[in-house]
Ligand binder design. Structure first.
Ligand SMILES: [Zn+2]
Length: 462
């Protein structure tokens, strides 16, 4: 079966959708798969019921086929509903440069491609670029994104305004840099104070907006770019406001050597952030490829979160994260695209590349626990991502009581031979095993397969 005429998607709640459904569940690491289900979303955008079609028609709708609480029932079969993807690490101003700079190391790539691009990301550029970025994210299936901006405060206001209008769930922060920086407007001795003040003001304006859909993250770029004072003061602001704190760590050997040179008193890279009082449950550390056992144990003890960005790590030849070792030691890991060091916004692509990277590690270390099931990767890209943000009671899976952050995917586009399926060779129904279905979505992801994305039951423009 090919992509047929697209059904009209519900734009605002309440509504009910009939479709296949695949989701991780909060309890016990379980997965729910329904080959034919009805999901109901109420006027506030919350999921009020998920029932197999037969049960749903029997109980309350036998006479009319209409959803009692919602009015409209949209039939999206054979599309499959999944929770929206949670991208824990992406650079908003860098998206136009995605795919440039292959073969460079991190610090060279930053200087050659990225700093000039971010330097040009003023308010007018943000107004032009940010809405397009959010539409591209929705088209890729991402409903929550944790983003770095540039250093210019007005561009952050413009980015937040664009996110507010678009409907995506967004965590954004102004990049802070008072050492290695592209800030040519301020004298060096004014940068720290100005950056802290602007970040605090942005947090005050935007953190918690629209009932928590928009949030702020204090965002010192990394220890190469920041003084100890900037790390410490930004962490104090995050603590006092309840906002997130995000940075990069242990991405690249050149970067690690530079941090060791700049912070000779620290025991290791993590200790630079630890001494700044920056570790904790609202701290998101991107990459974290080269953590020692000591760093890993301290990171776990502090409750800090890791944004794993496998495609970026291979694009810049940064390295392979020993994911199985991290998970065994209790690390909390979600997925990030890290565009533009990662070339693609799609988390399905991150899952595929991450899987291959772990296979490569498995070959060299012979660690059987290195192999994760496709359903584990789905969980990492959705519910675990929500958990990293402390939002797993609200989003990350399709369960009654949660907010309706979901996507509709046309899995037929992932078929190797359209219309011929191993399980149903005569009439295509799609893979009937959830792990097979997820495997197709990971390994044969199609750029057009995400047909709709909703946050709180509101359809996102794409
Ligand atoms: Zn990054």
């Amino acid at each position: 079966m090919s992509a047929s005429a697209a059904p009209v998607l519900p734009a605002t709640p309440p509504f009910a959708i009939r479709a296949r459904l695949l989701t991780p569940l909060n309890a016990d690491g379980a997965t729910r798969y329904e080959p034919d289900a009805v999901i109901e979303v109420d006027a506030s955008g919350r999921i009020t019921s998920i029932e197999p079609w037969e049960a749903w028609t029997r109980v309350q709708h036998s006479s009319t086929g209409q959803a009692a609480s919602t009015g409209q029932l949209i039939d999206l079969r054979p599309w499959v509903l999944l929770p929206g993807m949670v991208d824990l690490h992406v650079h908003l101003p860098q998206v136009p440069a995605a795919g440039f700079g292959a073969g460079l190391d991190l610090l060279t790539w930053l200087r050659r491609y990225i700093f000039p691009l971010e330097q040009a990301f003023d308010e007018a550029t943000a107004e032009r670029v940010a809405p397009r970025v959010f539409r591209a994210m929705a088209a890729a299936g991402t409903t929550t994104a944790v983003m770095y901006g540039a250093i210019w405060a007005p561009s952050l206001d413009a980015s937040f305004r664009a996110a507010e209008a678009h409907g995506i769930r967004a965590v954004i922060g102004k990049v802070m840099m008072d050492e290695l920086t592209y800030d040519d407007r301020l004298p060096r001795d004014r940068i720290l104070e100005t950056s802290l003040q602007q970040s605090a003001d942005l947090c005050q304006r935007w953190h918690g907006r629209d009932n928590g859909r928009l949030r702020y993250a204090f965002t010192p770029r990394f220890a190469v770019s920041c003084s100890g004072d900037m790390l410490r003061e930004s962490a104090a602001l995050a603590r006092s406001t309840g906002a997130y704190w995000q940075t990069h760590i242990a991405e690249d050997r050149g970067e690690i050597a530079e941090v060791a040179r700049r912070f000779p008193d620290a025991r290791d890279y993590l200790d630079v952030y630890d001494r700044a009082g920056a570790l904790g449950e609202r701290t998101i550390l991107a990459h974290a490829i080269y953590l020692s056992d000591r760093e890993l144990d301290r990171l776990v003890e502090s409750g800090s979160r890791i944004a794993h960005c496998p495609e970026s790590n291979l694009f810049l030849a940064s390295g392979l994260m020993p994911l199985a070792r991290y998970r065994r030691r209790g690390a909390m890991v979600g997925l990030g695209s890290d565009v533009a060091a990662g070339p693609a916004l799609s988390l399905f692509e991150q899952m595929r590349i991450g899987f291959y990277a772990q296979n490569a590690l498995h070959v060299t270390t012979d660690d059987p626990s290195a192999i994760l099931d496709p359903l584990d990767w789905l969980r990492m890209g959705t519910l675990d991502g929500a958990r990293m943000l402390g939002l797993d009671a609200e989003i990350g899976s399709l369960e009654v009581g949660k907010e309706a952050d979901l996507i509709a995917v046309d899995a037929a586009l992932t078929e190797p031979l359209p219309g011929v399926d191993v399980h149903h060779p005569v009439e295509f129904e799609g893979p009937d095993q959830p792990s097979d279905l997820m495997s197709r979505l990971m390994f044969r992801a199609h750029p057009e397969m995400v047909r709709g994305a909703w946050v709180r039951g509101r359809l996102l423009q794409r």
